[in-house]
Ligand binder design. Structure first.
Ligand code: TA6
Length: 286
């Protein structure tokens, strides 16, 4: 079949609906947020909360939110939006193209008067999403101003799982991490990670991570470049109960494995320079 795309609406939000030869996907223009990716005949690889807020300016819980130009709470301004403003901004559809059954979609966000109040630097951000047998994202930031600036970025990916209690995460053995639950700096052990309770960890990691979901008979590879941080997050019941946009048992059906440049791995861009973070999600055929 030929690959194609079209602009449409999902729950009132403008989306790019993609039909590739091997898969389908949807990307919201708000936040350039990938909301769905499903190889044909398979369940969606991404999870979206059934209580997500589908509204202009609201952070939508699920898919792949983009955290930019900071991660988590702002370092000094508690009133600034968590995870930055990219995920709640209107991005521009900058075109799409088909090649060998795959579809690539470009979205762009440029600094303006509104962003400058939160982040006083001139930038252009561009996300390219390539939909094929696997899903690839490339997030590029260009410093279009006269002075250097630094930023954090993360692709905050909600991966759908059968039951989070039954998954394992490989690839982070021995890696140092900041444990945001205990507040400690720790080091991962040798065994694959299992989720038993709230997990909120920022690993220093550049390597391949694999999500093993035996119940779905699947190993999912997460390959990245330009990223020195991997975040693993699951809120478990207690934290979930504080989230109005998640059902009480919502935590069971996803794990966030996020790819970015956070904290000491933040990026500093000289005038005119550009930086790219990429993440590729692919079935591990073993
Ligand atoms: O990526 C983990 C994290 O930073 C957690 O601390 C939690 O806050 C999560 O992101 C979700 O953040 P959000 O602002 O989307 O509710």
């Amino acid at each position: 079949m030929d690959a194609r795309w079209k602009l449409g609406l999902r729950n009132g939000l403008e989306v790019v609906e993609v039909e590739a030869a091997a898969s389908t996907a949807a990307i919201a223009l708000q936040g350039a947020q990938v909301l769905s990716f499903a190889p044909r005949g398979q369940a969606d690889w991404l999870w979206v909360s059934e209580r997500a807020r589908w509204a202009p300016g609201a952070a939508l819980r699920g898919g792949i939110p983009i955290c930019f130009p900071w991660f988590g709470p702002h370092a000094s301004e508690p009133t600034f939006p968590a995870h930055g403003f990219a995920r709640t901004s209107g991005w521009r559809f900058a075109g799409a193209r088909e090649e060998s059954g795959r579809v690539s979609v470009d979205l762009a966000l440029a600094s303006d008067e509104r962003t400058s109040k939160l982040f006083p630097h001139a930038f252009e951000a561009r996300l390219t999403v390539t939909v094929g047998e696997d899903l690839a994202l490339a997030f590029e930031t260009t410093n279009t101003g006269p002075s250097a600036f630094s930023f954090e970025v993360a692709l905050h990916t909600y991966l759908a799982v059968a039951d989070v209690a039954d998954i394992q995460i490989e690839g982070l053995a021995g890696r140092p991490y900041a444990d945001k639950v205990s507040g400690e700096q720790r080091q991962e052990g040798a065994a694959p990670i299992r989720i038993a309770g709230e997990v909120d960890r920022v690993y220093d990691n550049e390597g391949l991570v694999v999500l093993v979901d035996a119940a779905r008979g699947r190993r999912l590879r997460i390959e990245s470049t330009g990223a020195g941080s991997t975040v693993v997050w699951n809120p478990a019941p207690a934290k979930t109960a504080t989230l109005s946009d998640m059902a009480p048992d919502g935590f069971r059906r996803f794990v966030c494995i996020e790819t970015g440049a956070i904290g000491q791995r933040r990026v500093t861009l000289a005038p005119g320079a550009r930086h790219q973070v990429t993440a590729r999600y692919a079935a591990d055929r073993g």
